[in-house]
Design a protein around this ligand. Structure first.
Ligand code: NDP
Length: 303
């Protein structure tokens, strides 16, 4: 079994991005601008945003975080988005999800300029993915494809089971895999005989949000396992049951551990797998930086 090392590949991608930004800065005298809006005080979201901001700054991106109180009105939040749509120095905007329950997600997202939609969630951008007519993909699905490519895993004809149908991961990734000639089955919470479907899969992608949900008995030998899930565990008994020794050690220091949707024992049956942490997480952040650069380059071309 080979580990698909997201930290390593993401680091290499970041180095390339930094070099390109340095060179574009010299030729155009401009730098890419990324603004992240975060509403409320969800600790996991805050941690993700801090990480994105830090890496963006390291790569020479003009990175800004707008932190808003969860009691902000829908009208004022939309006004913020419209201001960013007009701002010439902002090429990419990310609205950190999930928004607090008081907001209707699409009532907010729909106001973002699709040309600055760095997550590629807006209908026109998702539509382009379906039609295979884009070069910019949502960050997590893009991270999955890039890591598979880096390890030269040919997707042609593979029987893929995608567990999860969110617009963030499952739906776009299923289209992207289909466009790459895989045969994809999309599963969700109402799927019957999930284990039977999983056992036939050559490649499983898990984007569920349930720690250790896919167990070794549900997958065949030599399967490729892509674990998108990021689950925070706070109980020692769960950490012992579901986490690697290194995560257990971290738990003792931090008071929480992160694990995926695929049980760690299932990885032992695989030919390739992405660990959690250190797999799709860092790839997603690297793809955010790449998308910011691509949107910036699109704008430079238009000038
Ligand atoms: P959502 O909650 O939006 O979607 C979860 C999906 O899992 C739904 O389609 C749901 O089905 C399905 N599901 C839930 N329970 C079951 C079940 N018992 N059997 C089969 N399917 C089930 O989550 P996201 O797609 O946003 O995220 C999924 C996971 O990926 C989370 O852990 C999240 O933290 C992580 N994530 C990680 C990222 C990274 O950078 N590594 C980026 C984005 C997400 P239904 O539609 O029927 O409800």
């Amino acid at each position: 079994m080979t580990v698909l090392d997201g930290n390593k590949i993401a680091g290499e991608i970041q180095e390339k991005i930094k070099k390109e930004i340095d060179s574009l800065k010299r030729t155009s005298n401009q730098i890419p601008g990324l603004t992240v809006i975060i509403v409320g005080d969800n600790p996991a979201s805050q941690a993700y945003v801090r990480k994105k901001h830090k890496i963006a700054q390291k790569l020479g991106i003009n990175s800004r975080v707008i932190e808003l109180d969860k009691r902000i009105s829908t009208v004022r939040l939309i006004k913020q988005i419209k201001n960013l749509n007009q701002d010439q120095n902002v090429h990419a905007v990310l609205i950190q999800l999930p928004l607090p329950d008081t907001f209707k997600t699409w009532e907010i997202l729909d106001h973002l300029d699709p040309g600055k939609d760095v997550d590629r969630f807006l209908p026109i951008n998702l539509g382009k993915i379906l039609l295979n007519r884009t070069e910019i993909y949502p960050c997590t699905p893009a991270g999955v494809l890039v890591i598979l490519d880096e390890y030269q895993i040919d997707l042609t004809g593979l029987n893929v089971v995608m567990v999860g149908r969110s617009f963030i991961v499952g739906k776009p990734l299923a289209s992207m895999l289909t466009n790459r000639n895989a045969t994809v089955t999309i599963c969700h919470s109402k799927t019957k005989h999930l284990a039977g479907l999983l056992r036939k899969a050559d490649l499983v992608v898990a984007a569920i949000g349930k720690a250790g949900f896919i167990t070794p008995d549900m997958v065949k030998k030599n399967v490729i396992l892509i674990d998108v899930g990021q689950n925070f565990l706070y109980q020692r008994k769960d950490v012992i049951k579901l986490c690697t020794q290194s995560q257990q050690n971290k738990f003792e220091k931090k008071g929480y551990a992160i694990t995926g949707d695929i049980h760690i024992d299932a990885f032992k049956k695989s030919s390739y797998y992405t660990p959690v942490p250190g797999g799709i997480g860092p790839m997603t952040v690297a793809m955010l930086m790449q998308n910011t650069l691509l949107l910036f380059k699109q704008k430079l071309k238009l000038e």
